[in-house]
Ligand binder design. Structure first.
Ligand SMILES: Cc1cc2nc3c(=O)[nH]c(=O)nc-3n(C[C@H](O)[C@H](O)[C@H](O)COP(=O)(O)OP(=O)(O)OC[C@H]3O[C@@H](n4cnc5c(N)ncnc54)[C@H](O)[C@@H]3O)c2cc1C
Length: 503
């Protein structure tokens, strides 16, 4: 019989947190195995826009911005609002203290950024955007990890943690239908992402309607949380998420910017261009970046846009959480219908259709140029129905009823003129969760805690899996946590594997 392969540290998950953990454990001379269930590392890190928020970066310093971790820590609760009392202040301290170093570490690994960009209520500009896209994190960290000697196994899904005498000492996996076991002399780090696409966990913590709504990242199924729960771990803030919200479907083919290779020279050129070239020259390029899978601004509905399903029927009050009604519609898709008045209104600042935080705003003409796949213009409702494959009579009746309702509200607070020809439809849109906050309870060394708040020996968690009740509102804090907690968890896990002569 083959011997069970042994490593010092096993990391479950090859997103930002897992790669950071594996690199740091390996740099301490440990034998490290990283398990990734998908054909390639990436996870939500690769799906992200890529913004990361930090004080005291070289980018801030170059602009003469004097900032510090303590001010970053003090500013964050303003993003959390009423939820601030549920935050984990200690982990927030670690996040803010450590992210400047993690940022420099990413730079040293070859990742390049644009910024910083202001995002009030941060008192200083702190948001930085990765160049050319979020694939850069994975490309550079994976390369670095392999060069250092981290063993990366893809197509290998961790199914169960192996524990002996109360200590986690291995992982049982499924690799292309085969069961495999790996042993960890030191520890296991769970970095398997969030549970935006686990119907079970969303149903348990959020509700039955939320359970029907998919995550942007379909493979974010909460495997780390579920495996650790079996050993007595707890999930904190499972009810909190970004979403559900309606988002335009992503283009069928990758946009130019997502296809750009993350070469340092290209990233540096982009950084220079973003800092020096006028917006008019950059705009067509930025728009290709922008219009991937972004959320339409709720303002467009307050201005009178309506949402119709693929049969042409209106199915909700667009201003009252439309994402909750969308999963019950045919094929779970809908279209935003506007007229020339709204199209003109949303063609210039301050009325934008969508935004990619820190990068730019997109208006109706940008969607017409950059996303013809989700932009349909028509002189009449008949023509629009034909383009969208709807019954013209149903769509006409929907708009008539909606206009009657708008008329009857004239003079009321939400009064608006009726929709009139010509028309434009944007869509399909879907309801999705972008990310969620439900991570395992951990201590300040990222050890996973049980129901009695005692550390489970040999088990660490990082990134979304090890969020520990930390609130990461605002932009750029999730990635900041992935890299900060991943690096730290990797180091602490490595310290569990010591030379034999010390035993
Ligand atoms: C569309 C979108 C935009 C976003 N934009 C931003 C942004 O601009 N800034 C920001 O800060 N945050 C952003 N976020 C959130 C951010 O991307 C995530 O919170 C962060 O990347 C989480 O990193 P992670 O390493 O914990 O998880 P992930 O990056 O999801 O990595 C987890 C990895 O574990 C693997 N895995 C899961 N289960 C198993 C298993 N059983 N066995 C083996 N492998 C497994 C997964 O396949 C995946 O590769 C965005 C998220 C999305 C979806």
């Amino acid at each position: 019989m083959n011997a069970v392969p042994q490593y010092d540290v096993i990391v479950v998950g090859g997103g930002g947190a897992g790669l950071a953990a594996a690199i740091e454990a390996r740099k301490l001379g440990r034998a490290v195995l990283l398990l990734e269930k998908n054909p390639a590392p990436g996870g939500s890190t690769a799906w992200s826009i890529g913004s990361i928020t930090s004080s005291a970066t070289p980018h801030q310093i170059a602009r003469g911005i004097k900032d510090c971790p303590a001010d970053h820590w003090a500013d964050m609760p303003a993003f959390a609002g009423d939820l601030a009392s549920r935050d984990n202040d200690e982990l927030r301290r670690i996040l803010c203290d450590e992210v400047p170093d993690a940022f420099r570490w990413l730079l040293a690994c070859g990742v390049r950024f644009y910024g910083p960009v202001a995002e009030p209520p941060h008192r200083k500009p702190r948001m930085h955007t990765v160049l050319p896209n979020s694939g850069s994190y994975i490309y550079h960290l994976q390369r670095h990890a392999r060069r250092l000697g981290v063993k990366i196994l893809t197509h290998t899904r961790a199914r169960e943690l192996i524990a002996e005498g109360g200590r986690v000492c291995g992982v049982s996996c499924e690799e292309r239908g085969q069961r495999r076991e790996f042993r960890a002399r030191g520890a296991v780090v769970l970095a398997a992402g969030d549970f935006t696409n686990s119907a079970e966990l969303k149903g348990r913590f959020m509700g039955p309607q939320e359970a029907k709504i998919e995550g942007v990242n379909l493979t974010a199924t909460g495997d780390g949380q579920l495996m650790a729960e079996k050993l007595g771990a707890r999930i904190l803030n499972g009810d909190l998420a970004l979403g559900p919200e309606i988002r335009f479907i992503a283009p069928a083919r990758d946009t130019l910017v997502r296809l750009l290779p993350p070469w340092p020279a290209l990233a540096l050129f982009m950084q220079w261009a973003l800092e020096h070239l006028p917006q008019a020259i950059l705009r067509p390029f930025l728009m290709r970046f922008l219009t991937t899978a972004l959320a339409p601004s709720p303002g467009i509905f307050q201005s009178g846009a309506i949402l119709v399903n693929k049969q042409g029927r209106r199915f909700c009050d667009e201003c009252d959480r439309p994402a909750y009604a969308l999963p019950d519609q045919p094929d779970q898709v809908a279209y935003i219908v506007i007229d020339a008045r709204i199209a003109t209104l949303y063609s210039a600042w301050p009325n934008f259709v969508s935004t990619a935080p820190g990068v730019a705003y997109a208006y109706i003409p940008d969607y017409r140029r950059s996303r013809p796949d989700i932009y349909s213009a028509a002189a009449s409702l008949d023509e629009l129905a034909h383009k969208l494959g709807m019954d013209a009579g149903v769509l006409a009746a929907t708009v008539r009823t909606s206009n009657d309702a708008a008329q009857s509200r004239m003079g009321a607070s939400r009064a608006m003129p009726p929709l009139a020809a010509p028309y434009t439809a944007l869509g399909p849109v879907r309801a999705v969760f972008v990310h969620n906050e439900g991570g395992l309870a951990v201590d300040t060394e990222h050890r996973v805690l049980d129901q009695d708040a005692k550390a489970i020996p040999g088990l660490y968690a990082a990134g979304s899996t090890g969020q520990g009740g930390l609130l990461l509102k605002g932009h750029g804090h999730h990635l900041a946590w992935a890299f900060v907690s991943g690096r730290r968890a990797g180091r602490f896990a490595a310290y569990n594997a010591v030379s034999e002569d010390l035993h």
